[in-house]
Write a protein that binds this ligand. Structure first.
Ligand code: SF4
Length: 75
């Protein structure tokens, strides 16, 4: 285990884009508003690696996602 990642549950996400606004160094949005990792080479479409200084923002994103599609997982 080397740190934490933001896990996106694609069965829930409806592409409202709030997480990409909160974590704008880790995520961007595709043409339909769905989050896309800016760290694709490190993680996966579903697990976006987090830097230590993003943990608080990630906690905010998890709490604020309107469809509860986000969680923080060890990686
Ligand atoms: S905040 Fe939640 S619903 Fe909105 S794009 Fe992110 S994961 Fe999807």
């Amino acid at each position: 285990m080397t740190g934490f990642a933001l896990h996106i549950d694609w069965t829930r996400c409806d592409g409202r884009g709030l997480c990409a606004e909160i974590l704008d160094r880790a995520l961007t949005r595709d043409d339909w508003g769905y989050p896309v990792s800016l760290r694709g080479e490190e993680g996966s479409r579903s697990d976006v690696p987090l830097r230590a200084d993003e943990f608080d923002a990630a906690a905010d994103a998890v709490a604020l996602c309107p469809v509860l599609a986000l969680s923080r997982v060890a990686r």
